[in-house]
Design a protein around this ligand. Structure first.
Ligand code: NAD
Ligand code: ZN
Length: 259
């Protein structure tokens, strides 16, 4: 972990080092407790669009104010549901790639948990046992009114729009939209885990969505290590100790074969 001085004089920090597969393997082998944080980039090689990093990325083609906000949903729930149903279809048809599979292999040998921003279920389908979805998930829905129902998308009442099975309201996707709170229980468990982690691995996130982007920075203790994996050198989180630049699928496959 980088040492900051009490006055946040960042000039005193060690610069991040580009590292190699062999060192990443040794960091993993020497760590007792590993926590992995993933973003849309880890699912890109499964064919799921990221949000921001290419011209095809979702927010370069669709308006987040409408498709990913409470006001947008309240204004045109049919449009937002149509978009989520399409995304759900694409995500359920996608297959885990070598990055999801590599992490699941490492989890068989190490104490490892994953906190993901992704709403797809590719970590679980690859076999990772401990996955928390910080921004919700595409397989569940919840009541748009106040009855409190939350459950499987399949249990919604079919109609022009999915309905709540417990009251007369429409349902809404169970995802965290812009301006909404992260589930406090997820924050508590992430903070506790990260404070006791030896090795933090951050994969495929542009690091612009808070509070996720700062979770490791706010919690990593002295003596722990932060490894960033991203295909874009500029997107490594500034506070990482080590970076590995390249596609997550290739990198995790190479690491998993050696751990
Ligand atoms: P982002 O689109 O902002 O950034 C993607 C990052 O992944 C970039 O830094 C990019 O350089 C990197 N990347 C792309 N392909 C890669 C690859 N093959 N290997 C390694 N790195 C790669 O995504 P984000 O930071 O996760 O943005 C946050 C929001 O995006 C979250 O709220 C999340 O819910 C949402 N999101 C989720 C999915 C999904 O569930 N699969 C898809 C799109 C967006
Ligand atoms: Zn309801």
């Amino acid at each position: 972990m980088i040492n900051c001085d009490p006055d946040n004089n960042y000039e005193s920090m060690q610069p991040m080092k580009e590292t190699n597969i062999a060192n990443a393997v040794s960091l993993i082998q020497n760590a007792n407790v590993i926590t992995v944080l993933t973003g849309a980039g880890i699912s890109a090689e499964s064919g799921i669009q990221t949000f921001r990093d290419t011209p095809d990325s979702l927010w370069n083609r669709f308006d987040p104010e409408i498709l990913s906000s409470l006001n947008g949903f309240a204004g045109d729930p049919q449009l937002v549901w149509d978009w989520y149903v399409d995304r759900r279809t694409d995500m359920l048809a996608a297959q885990p790639n070598n990055a999801h599979i590599g992490l699941a292999e490492i989890a068989k040998k190490k104490d490892m948990v994953i906190f993901t921003q992704n709403i797809d279920d590719l970590h679980e389908r690859a076999g990772s046992p401990n996955v928390t979805h910080f921004h919700g998930d595409i397989k569940t829905a919840r009541c748009f009114a106040k009855c409190g129902w939350k459950g499987k998308f399949e249990d919604t009442v079919p109609g022009i729009m999915p309905g709540c099975p417990c009251c007369a309201s429409i349902a809404r996707p169970n995802v965290v939209w812009f301006g909404e709170m992260i589930d406090p229980l997820n924050m508590i468990s992430a903070n506790a885990r990260l404070q006791n982690t030896d090795l933090h691995i951050i994969i495929g996130t542009s690091g612009v969505v808070e509070p996720f982007a700062s979770l490791v920075h706010n919690n990593a203790r002295g003596g722990s290590t932060i490894l960033s994996i991203n295909k874009r050198p500029d997107d490594h989180l500034w506070y990482a100790d080590y970076s590995l630049t390249g596609s997550a699928g290739w990198i995790l496959d190479e690491i998993a074969k050696r751990v």
